[in-house]
Each structure stands twice: as C-alpha cells, then as structure tokens.
Design a protein around this ligand. Structure first.
Ligand code: GLU
Length: 391
C-alpha cells in the first residue's frame, strides 16, 4: 500500500502535497516523490526513506507550481530505491503515481520494449507512463488516454497522472485501491485517504470501483463510471474533524494508537485483498518469507474476510488482554461479536475508561501457539503446499 496525493489549485501546491504525504505515512512507505508542473515542464523530486528526506530535498530546490502529484511508496515490484520511487515519467511528458499492483505488467512491458521504450525502474507502474505516452502521441487527451489504457490493466490500482501537454489537468482512476476527490473552492484534489487533505478541504467525493476522474483548473471535476458514462457522485462533508493529527479524546498518543490498530490494519489491507484472492506481491520483495502463513490463509474459504477478521481479533485481543475464541471462518463482525470485551469497545472506544495496565497486554500463551502450529497450521500448510503456486 502507499499514499497518493494530487492537487490542481490556485496556489503553490508543494506544501499541500508534502503535508498530504506526511499524513499518509501511516500507510507504510519506503520512499517518496513528487512531480509538479513547473515553468512549462514536469519537474520531479524523489527520495529514499521517509517523507522528511523528500522535504529536505525540496528545502534545497523548491518545486513551485499550481498542479502536481505525489506518492509514498511501499515496494511490491523492485527494491526500495530512488529509481523505483514514484512518480514515474515517460520522456518527461507523462508522470504517474500508482497505488497497488498491475498483474499483467510483464506482458505489457515486453510489448513496449519491442516498440523501443526504455525502462528506468523495476516497477510494474512504469508501463502505465509509457502506455499513456503512446496514446498521447496518437493525439488523445490525457483523460481519453487514461480511459483507454485502464481497460488493459489487470490487478488493483489507484492512479494519479498528469502530462506536460495539459498543464492544470490531473486524471485519477480507481480499481481495487482507495481514492477520494477533495472538493475545494475553485480547487480540486485527489488522495488515498481524506485525512491527507483535511488542511485544505472537508468536502469529499468517494470514487466508486472503475471510476475515472479529471481535475481541471477552477476546481472543475468530471467523473466517468466504468461504462464510460458521466456520473455525479455525492459530496460528503467530513464530520470527524482533523482527529488524525491530534490526540482527540484520548489521554495520550500511545493509547490512541493502540485503539486505532484494528482500523489501521484494515485500511492497510484494502486493495491487497480482493474478493477471491490475496495479492501476494503486496508483501513486497521479501514476500516469500510470508509464504507459509499466506498459503494457510489463501487455502481457506473466505480468505480475505478471514484475514481481516484475524487481524482485527488480534488487535482487540492485544488491547483488552483477552483471547477471542472464534475459529475459521471468521470475519470482522464475528470477531467483534465473539469477543465480549471487544463488543463493549466497538465501534468507538470510550475515552472515559481507565488505562489498561501493561501486564494485561499479553497475547497468546507460547505453549498454546506451539500446539496450534504443530497440529493445525503446519499440516494445513503442508497439505496445501503442492496446490498453491506462489509467484
Ligand atoms: N506496485 C508499485 C511499486 O512497486 C506501487 C506500490 C505501492 O502501492 O506503493 O512501485
């Protein structure tokens, strides 16, 4: 998972994008980058590590401009490095940020290489930049080009794209990964999570699966659904205030973080678990380390719901020092139902409750975990091993 922020505004967008990235760091990151339409060209800065590293670069060489896209990356294809960090460009004419995985990128890459495109990264994302370049060269607008290429992309993605030919235009697409439109006053924004945009707007349009959106100057927003029909999506006002950056009603930040764990883990898995499968690539270049655990999860019916349920159950258990007794298959609702202590906390914990003393945070007893591994997990993994092909 990663974070996307984009803006078409009436002011310098550098700070808006940077602040958005900082607010998306909770989603996981290994590098960050930003492209801004600046002085007639697409100008890019990328840095390995935290958003603070990108901030340091921008302190030395600012990127002023009225439109831009930015990204925090969580590597799935290619190691964490500056060359693999987003945005990815094609001939400095097209810039792309992408959250998710393009499952058929290898076939697309081979065909683009045969047409003479050179690749500068190991990511699946770069194919999108070159595909767009090809379509723009045929005379299509950025919006039409994006609409055409997304039909050929497999997997889960949220995209933010811009091109040098159309300053002041950002196009977004959503399929399996979250993307919201922030509605400003004569300005428009895109982000993976509304929290990223709360400093600039509290009005949001939640895109639906397959939606394509175009942001233009003066805050013009056009949305087209998966069938190519122009649609109006409702604008929601964000009611919860800017709680992400403050302590809210919690006594201290650590308590807040503990109570937020189930929601954050659930958000982190969004776009990585489809209705039928787990996207193993989302566990990054070292994904083989997780293969046994994943094999267990994939082999079970309702795997995505089960995994989310387990994460949530573990989160609640950790918080309350109790162990939920639910077994496979389990989902969020049953996890919460089956844990009486969790039920009284869900959906929002009462800030009035006294803090829980540390000793009660103990998770599962090591002896129980060993028995479960020896007699349940291990036989299932072995049995499934031959049936599951992990790429
Ligand atoms: N698959 C892309 C990459 O590895 C995007 C990963 C992400 O969602 O951050 O660069």
């Amino acid at each position: 998972m990663c974070g996307i922020v984009a803006a078409v505004a009436q002011r310098n967008v550098q700070e808006i994008l940077l602040e958005g990235l900082k607010r998306l760091e909770y989603r996981g990151y290994d590098s960050a980058g930003m492209t801004v339409f600046n002085d007639g060209v697409l100008t890019r800065h990328r840095a390995l590590g935290k958003v603070a590293a990108l901030t340091a670069q921008l302190d030395k060489a600012a990127l002023p401009g009225f439109s831009g896209i930015a990204h925090t990356r969580w590597a799935t294809h290619g190691k964490p490095s500056e060359a693999n960090a987003h945005p990815h460009h094609s001939s400095d004419q097209v810039a792309v940020v992408h959250n998710g995985i393009i499952e058929n990128y290898e076939a697309i890459k081979e065909s683009l290489q045969r047409s003479g495109y050179a690749f500068s990264s190991e990511t699946d994302t770069e194919v999108i930049a070159h595909l767009l370049f090809e379509k723009l060269a045929d005379g299509l607008s950025l919006f039409d080009a994006t609409q055409q290429i997304v039909n050929g992309l497999g997997g889960a993605y949220a995209l933010g794209v811009m091109c040098a030919q159309e300053p002041g235009v950002v196009v977004g697409a959503r399929q399996g990964s979250p993307l919201v439109v922030g509605v400003g006053i004569n300005e428009a924004f895109l982000a993976s999570d509304p929290l990223a945009l709360l400093p600039v707007t509290d009005r949001f349009i939640y895109l639906e699966e397959g939606d394509l959106v175009e942001l233009r100057e003066q805050g013009a927003i056009r949305i087209v659904d998966r069938h190519g029909n122009d649609v109006e999506r409702p604008i929601h006002t964000f009611e919860h205030g800017d709680g992400a950056a403050s302590k809210g009603n919690y006594r201290h930040y650590m308590l807040k973080e503990i109570f937020e764990q189930p929601t954050v883990i659930e958000a982190a898995l969004e776009g990585r678990l489809s209705a039928q499968s787990v996207l193993i690539e989302s566990f990054g270049p070292m994904r083989w380390r997780f293969s046994s655990a994943l094999a267990t999860c994939i082999s079970l019916p309702a795997a995505p719901a089960t995994m989310r349920g387990w994460w949530r159950a573990i989160g609640w258990s950790a918080m309350r020092g109790c162990r939920c007794r639910s077994r496979w298959p389990l989902n969020i609702a049953t996890a919460t139902r089956s844990c009486p202590k969790a039920r009284c906390l869900s959906p929002s914990p009462s800030p009035a409750k006294p803090p829980i003393p540390w000793p009660r945070y103990a998770l599962l007893k090591p002896s129980t975990m060993w028995v479960r591994w020896r007699f349940v997990t291990c036989p299932v993994v072995r049995w499934c091993g031959s049936r599951i092909c992990l790429s």
